[in-house]
Design a protein around this ligand. Structure first.
Ligand SMILES: [Zn+2]
Length: 151
């Protein structure tokens, strides 16, 4: 997904969807951009790429259609519970899409027309960013367990 498509909407300094607050002048999706940039210099964090993206995206359901979100959440649960590696996750995603036939995963509506419902999460991209680059991999592991529990 291109960055423009996942632009979060900030209101009074907080993401209207996941609740992350602006940090160092960075909006929610910019904090996510930083996390992805940190992957370049951190092999362990890079190995967690699926989780970095999935945790963030699952906290922003407006990016998905209803079926797309259910599918993404389902794979996330399975992957977490069964401790799948990245290739197992990719395989499951391919199989699911093939089985399910053709349906839209991502929300076809332009960003400005999407409905965004606020939801409270115990941990968001804000916590990952504030925890700093050095602790990011460790913190993402906590994040994914929180998302799994709260999903
Ligand atoms: Zn957000």
């Amino acid at each position: 997904m291109a960055n423009a498509d996942i632009a979060a909407v900030m209101k009074e300094g907080a993401c209207v969807e996941c609740g992350a607050r602006t940090a160092d002048g960075l909006a929610c999706h910019d904090l996510f951009g930083r996390l992805l940039a940190w992957e370049q210099d951190d092999a362990e964090l890079a190995s967690l790429h699926y989780w970095n993206v999935a945790c963030y995206m699952l906290q922003h359901p407006s990016n998905y259609t209803e079926e797309g979100y259910a599918m993404t959440a389902g794979i996330f649960r399975e992957a977490y519970d069964r401790k799948w590696n990245t290739s197992e996750i990719l395989e499951a995603t391919r199989t699911f899409i093939a089985d399910k036939g053709k349906f839209k995963i991502t929300n076809p509506l332009p960003s400005g027309e999407r409905r965004r419902l606020p939801r409270e999460w115990s941990m968001t991209i804000e916590d990952i960013y504030r925890g700093g680059e050095r602790n990011a991999a460790q913190n993402v592991k906590v994040w994914r367990s929180r998302v799994r529990r709260e999903l």
